[in-house]
Design a protein around this ligand. Structure first.
Ligand code: KE4
Length: 428
């Protein structure tokens, strides 16, 4: 069933550290060997052994309209013939920046980079340059990419691998990273009082997606906004995952909370390497060459990545009904999963907002990293493999979100629910 994947993984480990180019792909927390994919179309991925999977990873978010979305593929094919990179400004970069400014609330300007990591590290440097302060607050279990400052109490692959401290991240860097539990406003207020005048930014996933999917509790984000206003702290919404996924204007639009800076990734590039920082002119014009906060990139604003992202964002912008369709599909799936888990007598807690969701095997609500960590990972591990054997590809870690694409049909969802019922009976 997986013989070619197993052979390829053996070869990969000879020339690629851990056999993968990103740790979370290695199946470390669920065990077994990663599946090597060959192609994908719409809601389906096909591995090198010819197995088909209904895909709930969507490349960790970008494939919101499904894999190999025709208009994006055609746009890439056309623009590749004009050259794959100029290293000079292009009109296309203006067009995508203007489109993003029209879609996302509270921003005047956009700077393109090549990953969510670059976007978040730039936003932090910008906040530090703008305020003249060094420290910042992040939340346990939130993941903002692999820049040194963010690898303290991080989620996603760092949590998946159980890494408490990261060799190579120096104590001096870590000293400026302050952490608080997600959804714990008093802990933030205490840090702000203790480090009065020293905190440049609070960076938060407005809906956390890197310890499973965790929703902000009423008052949490509003409280962060108030603290930032009172202490002139830059509030950074890391919307690498939620941007363009939960609404055209992302979590700012959906939740009605104003950030000072917003970071993007994933969907903004339609699967091509793109990240972005966006915000008001007053802050953004501190970025070089307009200002002195230096940031650069050989392939930033790359024409192939830009036309891919521009094509996808145009579709989303012109068809906001997609977001309602995605949310309805996610709700349908969650109801089916609850039925499957309940029928097997397995305690569970499922979080969902829009087309993001995660399933945890615990009777307690999942509201922060501590509660996510306390859930039963052994059941998750067995569920993951039982679903894989039944042709459903879930995130290979309980510290990740599931993602829905709009190519999923009711038949796909029913097939997923049937697989879940069968998987639960097999593992209980
Ligand atoms: P990238 O550098 O991986 O493009 O983006 C980093 C990042 C920043 N902020 C948030 C909220 C993110 O979710 C991410 C990356 N997400 C993970 C999945 N949870 C990427 C998957 C991987 O590491 O392979």
């Amino acid at each position: 069933m997986y013989s070619k994947s197993e052979m390829l993984f053996g070869k990969a480990k000879e020339v690629i550290p851990g056999g993968v180019n990103s740790p979370v792909r290695a199946f470390k927390s669920v065990g077994g060997n990663p599946i090597f994919m060959e192609r994908a179309k719409g809601a389906y991925m096909y591995d090198v052994d010819g197995n088909r999977y209904i895909d709930y990873i969507n490349s960790w978010g970008p494939m919101i309209l499904g894999h190999a979305y025709e208009p994006v593929v055609k746009a890439i094919q056309e623009y590749a013939t004009y050259s794959t990179s100029f290293g000079a400004p292009t009109e296309l970069e203006i067009k995508i920046a203007e489109l993003i400014v029209s879609m996302v609330p509270n921003i005047d300007m956009v700077r393109m980079v090549n990953s969510g990591t670059e976007a978040c590290m730039t936003a932090l440097r910008l906040a530090r340059g703008y305020t003249g302060r060094n420290k910042f607050i992040k939340f346990e279990g939130c993941y903002h990419g692999h820049a040194d400052a963010f690898l303290v109490s991080a989620g996603s692959g760092v949590a998946t691998l159980g890494l408490q401290s990261i060799p190579g991240v120096t104590a001096t860097v870590a000293d400026d990273t302050l952490t608080a539990p997600y959804n714990n406003l008093p802990a933030v207020e205490q840090l702000v009082a203790e480090y009065a005048g020293q905190i440049a930014a609070i960076i938060v996933e407005p809906i956390a997606g890197n310890m499973g999917c965790i929703l902000p509790q009423p008052g949490f984000l509003e409280g962060l906004r108030k603290v930032c206003d009172e202490h002139n702290i830059v509030l950074i919404f890391d919307e690498v995952m939620t941007g363009f996924r939960l609404a055209r204007g992302g979590a700012q639009e959906l939740l009605g909370i104003k950030a000072d800076l917003v970071t993007f990734g994933k969907i903004i590039g339609a699967g091509m390497p793109v990240g972005a920082i966006a915000g008001p002119r007053e802050i953004m014009e501190n970025l070089a060459p307009a200002g002195k906060v230096y940031q650069a990139g050989t392939l930033s604003g790359n024409p192939i990545a830009m036309i891919a992202g521009y094509t996808l964002l145009q579709t989303l912008n012109d068809n906001p009904v997609i977001y309602q369709q995605l949310a309805e599909k996610a709700t349908y799936l969650v109801n089916g999963l609850k039925e499957a888990f309940g029928a097997a007598g397995i305690v569970h807690s499922i979080n969902q907002i829009g087309s993001m969701l995660s399933a945890h095997f615990t009777e307690y609500p999942i509201i922060d990293f501590s509660s996510a960590s306390a859930a039963n990972n052994e059941i998750f591990r067995r569920f993951f493999h039982a679903m894989l054997e039944r042709g459903v590809y879930l995130p290979p870690s309980a510290f990740e979100s599931w993602f829905m694409c709009n190519a999923l049909t009711t038949e796909d969802l029913d097939q997923t629910i049937t697989a879940a019922k069968s998987a639960m009976q097999a593992i209980k």
